[in-house]
Design a protein around this ligand. Structure first.
Ligand code: KG4
Ligand code: ZN
Length: 355
């Protein structure tokens, strides 16, 4: 089955062609980073206008790369939620038009779940094996920070999420405070390599390690607004030289990574999950990849981490996940609506062996 995926939930216009949920025949991403950099974050209306400009060239280039015409596709998948509504509308309207014109099934995809699927794109056979489950997934992006438990039956539950900022936002806002540009994650990752991660003891909120003890209901929840405020006070009215700046940044990154790894491994133990998944844009972070790798391996579990090109927003993860919905007989009507927020009910995931 050949699926065209379309992704416009934030500031990347992306399309991909994926065969049978795993064979990525083409993947094109047009990034708007430069457009939004001056604002320190994504401006939804500007993003929508840019998607409108890019969507036709991006889909055309993708089909050309895959050497296919729309008539040769089996389905058209598009991110319908969660995301910026004006941005989502562009992709969904375009996908509806293409599906109607080419008489192909339309499938609305949840971007958050697509990030999880992205981790398996290079090793999809793991999804078929009952031994892989339950899967404990940490989804860390600019919009989300959540721990999801996926059972062999396909049932997926969010067992923890952030009470305020997402981890990606914590990186982006820190970069804004330090005038390092947007997005902040990649630049912080780079500068942190030259710093000492133990030079500043930034708070690890809701872990009980610093500040007030965490309430039991927050055991798997996150909070990153405190560490951001702490950074703000640490650098306020300070002239930092390059080496002091690198130390502060390395320590800030270490605090965020520490919390993400500790809570994920705790949850994997609590739910006896043999597999831990790391995905979403922040999963590109080199310290997070290394520390999660060491900790998961030491606990005798398997870490499945998205390849960097499938961590940040892309459409291969959308088309790949869609394959499993179409195979199950799930498709969307032309009344497919967009939604900004992540609905708490993730439904029964179609790729699990017992689904
Ligand atoms: O998944 P994504 O492309 O978009 C959303 O769905 O939000 O994630 C983007 C986020 C941004 O906040 C960006 O700063 C962060 O991922 N990010 C990183 C790194 N690369 C991207 N954060 C930390 N370290 C990185 N190397
Ligand atoms: Zn994303």
């Amino acid at each position: 089955m050949i699926v065209l995926g379309i992704e416009t939930s934030c500031d990347e216009t992306a399309a991909a062609v994926v065969a049978d949920g795993e064979d990525v025949r083409a993947s094109v991403i047009s990034s708007q980073v430069a457009l939004h950099a001056g604002y320190g974050g994504v401006v939804p209306e500007l993003a929508a206008r840019e998607h409108l400009k890019n969507i036709v060239p991006v889909v055309t280039a993708t089909l050309e790369q895959a050497d296919l015409t729309p008539a040769q596709l089996d389905a058209i998948a598009v991110t319908a939620c969660p995301g910026l509504v004006p941005a989502l509308c562009v992709g969904v309207s375009y996908a509806k038009g293409l599906a109607a014109a080419s008489k192909k099934p339309l499938v609305g995809i949840n971007h958050f779940l697509a990030h999880i699927y992205g981790a398996f794109l290079e090793e999809p056979s793991l999804l078929e094996s009952p031994e892989t489950y339950p899967v404990l997934a940490l989804v860390v992006s600019g919009g989300h920070t959540a721990i999801v438990l996926i059972r062999q039956t396909g049932r997926a539950d969010i067992i923890g999420s952030t009470l305020d900022d997402a981890a990606g936002e914590a990186f982006d806002k820190a970069a804004k405070i330090l005038s390092l540009g947007y997005p902040g994650g990649p630049v912080i990752d780079r500068i942190a390599r030259d710093g000492n991660p133990e030079s500043v003891d930034f708070p690890r909120s809701l872990t009980g390690r610093t500040g007030k003890p965490a309430k039991p209901e927050n055991r798997f929840n996150f909070s990153f607004s405190g560490v951001k405020t702490s950074l703000l006070y640490r650098v306020k009215d300070c002239e930092l030289n390059d080496s002091e700046l690198a130390d502060v940044i390395a320590s800030y990154q270490a605090a965020i990574v520490d919390v993400l790894v500790t809570k994920t491994i705790d949850a994997a133990g609590e739910f006896a999950a043999p597999t831990v998944v790391l995905c979403g844009g922040v999963a590109c972070n080199s310290r997070l990849r290394a520390k999660m790798g060491e900790t998961v391996a030491a606990s005798g579990r398997r870490l499945v981490v998205a390849a960097p090109k499938y961590c940040t927003d892309n459409a291969a993860m959308v088309a790949g996940l869609a394959h499993h919905y179409v195979r199950r007989g799930d498709q969307s009507g032309f009344d497919l609506a967009v939604r900004a927020r992540l609905a708490p009910d993730l439904g029964i995931l179609p790729f699990a062996p017992g689904a």
